[in-house]
Design a protein around this ligand. Sequence first.
Ligand code: SIN
Length: 306
Amino acid sequence: MLTVEPTGAILGATIRGIDLSRPLTEGDFGRILNALGEHGVLRFPEQDLDIGDVQRFSLRFGDIQGASAQDPDKTTDPLANVGVLSNIKENGAYIGSPDAGQDWHTDMSYRDVRGFVNVLYGIRIPRRDGKALGGTEFSNMYAAYDALADDMKARLEGLTATHDFEKFWEHMRRDRASGRPPMTPEQRKRRPPVVHKLILTHPISGRKALYANPGYATRINELPQAESDALLDHLFAHQLEMRFRYTHEWNERDLLIWDHLSTIHRAIADYGPNELRLMRRCQVMATKVFDPDFPRPAREAALQAA
Ligand code: SIN
């Protein structure tokens, strides 16, 4: 029997009583969706999963983004969309992305069809003096919205922001000494900036959330540049206040999922090159929750099955 145990913090719940290597019933999937809409970050501890299990579970939430941001969809490997995040090297080369997500952002806010859920499976967790390193930190965008003054909420309603993939990429190169090469003109063409409303109504909970993030949001389109810069700075500072934050400390065999529509996140880079971290990751797009092929009645049926 699946149980949902809230962490008691501003985000997060632990889901027990389910083996994710086995097919999920509609009822359990509905319960997981509901818990995701409410708690934003869900931990499934002590899961023994292979790559196919991680992919199959992820696909319940929507389509998975292609093989990598650098080189998408150029592979015939059916499991290539299950990514590797790791600082482990083999034959002198990293076996996965060593510095993915190491500052605040929302995955795929830079896409028209944006990110919905991230699925991360912890295989190797760095530890120092017994303490787990390389946690993942979140901030709650329902709470950030709720805490805005009424006149600010009214001001943001109807405003849109531009989100640009290159902003985060260049930030990592410039400010974090990332070894990423500059984006090529071809990569830029594949990732043109997109526009989303600043306030969204969450498709599961019906609650309002602030949809902006320092990683990718570059401009508020309806305002002059200086006003846009000032408002974005204000929102970025507001959404990162400590009262909205929650950190997940990893254990091996944790499967963690989180909702990109109501949270922002970062990977904490507090471990060294010899402290090894290995994760499997699927970035799931909002092709079901917002998509006409998965319309409101179907979503509600899934939620009601819970
Ligand atoms: C990510 O931003 O998707 C990675 C998070 C992590 O590695 O903790």
